[in-house]
Design a protein around this ligand. Sequence first.
Ligand code: F3S
Length: 63
Amino acid sequence: MKIALDTDKCMGHARCHAMTPAAFDLDDEGYAVVTPAAATTSEDDLQNAAASCPEQAITVTPS
Ligand code: F3S
C-alpha cells in the first residue's frame, strides 16, 4: 500500500487528522504529515481519511 500526500494541495483542513489521527499528524502550521504509524493503519481507515480531504491531497494506492 502506498500513501501519497500532495503538500502543494494540502490546505490544512485537518479532516484527515480528525478521521485517522494515528496516520496523519499536523505540523506546526497545521498541514498534514504522514506518520510512521500509517504503514500499519488499515487500508479502510486510510481510504476514509483520503476521501475526507476536500482538496484530494491524499492518495492511497493498494499494493
Ligand atoms: Fe490537508 Fe486535506 Fe488533511 S487539506 S490537512 S490533507 S484534510
